[in-house]
Write a protein that binds this ligand. Structure first.
Ligand code: NIG
Ligand code: FE
Length: 431
């Protein structure tokens, strides 16, 4: 039967096919939850397989011989021959401070000359310098600077970004940072989860004043977090629970308030010392405890029991000249490990999560398969996105990387080389 002459014509259906893939890393076998122990090293590697993408989603994965059936009836089929190449999920960067104003290149030179990160912070530089520079920018300027960085990160393989505030420390600027983060997700096509890190440092205006710490924490709990939640600007709350920042008691107060408001929890923990942050994250069942340079057996066991993902940030160890977190001990204890960039203006402005993945092998002693799970499925799980990204299976978003090499281990072996041949985000080729 032919359609009436004046019927609106239906848009032709379209599929993208990646065929004859040299190595396809699906990470598809195994639990939805973040994976620990031996399961973290299971990549679900298939040779000669194909992936079909329709409407921004992975619609089919199977042997290349089955493509015909998989795309039967589709009007337009775009085929990419992926012989001798690797396909893996787009990388998930589950810890960034991407939205900031200005820079701290001068501080980098001071540190390279021997100055200490904590001493710079204590004397009003460091985080507080970025707070001054971020407060000075309007939303559009802040957005421009952040988008430029985000697109560079995507060119190196990152398709999902967790983005924290924490360079405002006042109501207006915290909201502005989080609005920019949301805009990167809503208007710029990146996949974004946001975190309010208002308790990142005690702001200058409250330092040295009697009762200043209390007043600031009161503002975070009574003003900033409720306003952030009312505007729907955050998915998580984070606190810098460490020496020179906030105590476990102070951090607990902020995190409990956040939980009451419906936010998920993350904690900057045990970066500068064994100061109780990791135990606090476990006590509160946080989604993630991050940094973890100083960690003992009891703390590993607490994280395991709580189901908290241990997020390692080895770029920060490299840049600050600190020890690397013991990833091996975490894996052996069965704790699921994620790896993220910590991209921020001070302690680590590295943008390439692919490079940081290699540092996780060289510094934290993860194997290449464990490190790949750490920057894909486990990172996604820590963000509550395990059903959307981080694996290659029907129904998952078509956020994929194509590598111009026939062995995925080159991400570590040839770390830093331009191995990324293409990046697909939501089914669109963006790099
Ligand atoms: O995760 N440790 C606290 N916050 C950031 C550093 C922020 C900065 O130096 O601006 C981090 O390393
Ligand atoms: Fe951080």
């Amino acid at each position: 039967m032919s359609a009436p002459a004046n019927a609106p014509s239906k848009a032709p259906s379209k599929a993208i096919v990646l065929s004859e893939i040299g190595q396809l890393l699906t990470l598809a076998e195994g639990p939805d939850a973040a994976r620990g122990g031996a399961a973290q090293g299971e990549l679900g590697l298939r040779e000669g397989a194909a992936v079909v993408i329709r409407d921004g989603t992975i619609s089919w994965v199977g042997p290349s011989g089955g493509i015909g059936d998989a795309v039967a009836g589709v009007d337009e089929v775009e085929v990419h021959d992926c012989r001798g190449k690797v396909v893996l999920p787009g990388l998930v960067d589950s810890h960034t401070h991407l939205v900031w104003g200005g820079d701290r290149r001068d501080e980098l030179e001071l540190r390279l000359g021997g100055a200490d990160y904590e001493a710079i912070f204590a004397s009003g530089g460091g985080i507080l310098s970025s707070v001054r520079q971020t407060r000075a920018l309007g939303e559009d300027e802040l957005h421009r600077a952040s988008l430029r960085r985000a697109l560079r990160m995507r060119a190196t393989g990152t398709t999902t970004f967790e983005i924290k505030s924490g360079y405002g420390l006042d109501l207006e600027t915290e909201l502005r940072q989080l609005r920019v983060a949301r805009r990167l997700g809503d208007a710029d096509g990146l996949r974004v989860r946001t975190t309010c890190l208002a308790a990142h440092a005690l702001p200058a205006e409250d330092r040295g004043a009697e009762g200043g710490r209390e007043r600031f924490l009161d503002r975070v709990c009574a003003e900033i977090l409720p306003a952030v939640v009312a505007e729907g600007l955050a998915d998580f709350c984070d606190v810098f629970c460490d020496r020179g920042a906030f105590t476990p008691e102070e951090s607990r107060r902020v995190l409990l308030r956040a939980r009451e408001l419906g936010l998920g929890l993350r904690v900057h923990a045990n970066e500068l010392g064994s100061t109780g942050g990791a135990l606090l994250a476990a006590e509160l069942g946080a989604a993630s405890a991050d940094h973890l340079l100083y960690l003992g057996d009891d703390e590993r066991q607490a994280l395991l029991a709580a189901g908290t993902v241990a997020t390692l940030l080895p770029g920060t160890s490299l840049v600050l000249g600190k020890p690397y977190a013991d990833g091996r001990a975490l894996i052996e204890a069965g704790v699921p490990v994620a790896v993220a960039s910590d991209c921020n203006p001070g302690s680590c402005a590295l943008e390439s999560l692919a490079l940081v993945l290699a540092l996780a092998c060289y510094g934290c002693r993860l194997s290449p398969p464990e490190a790949i799970c750490a920057v894909t499925h486990n990172a996604a799980a820590s963000l509550g996105l395990a059903g959307d990204v981080g694996r290659i299976a029907p129904g998952m978003a078509a956020d994929l990387l194509l590598l111009a090499t026939d062995d995925y281990r080159d991400l570590v072996y040839h770390a830093g080389s331009p191995l990324i041949a293409a990046v697909f985000q939501g089914g669109a080729r963006v790099v």
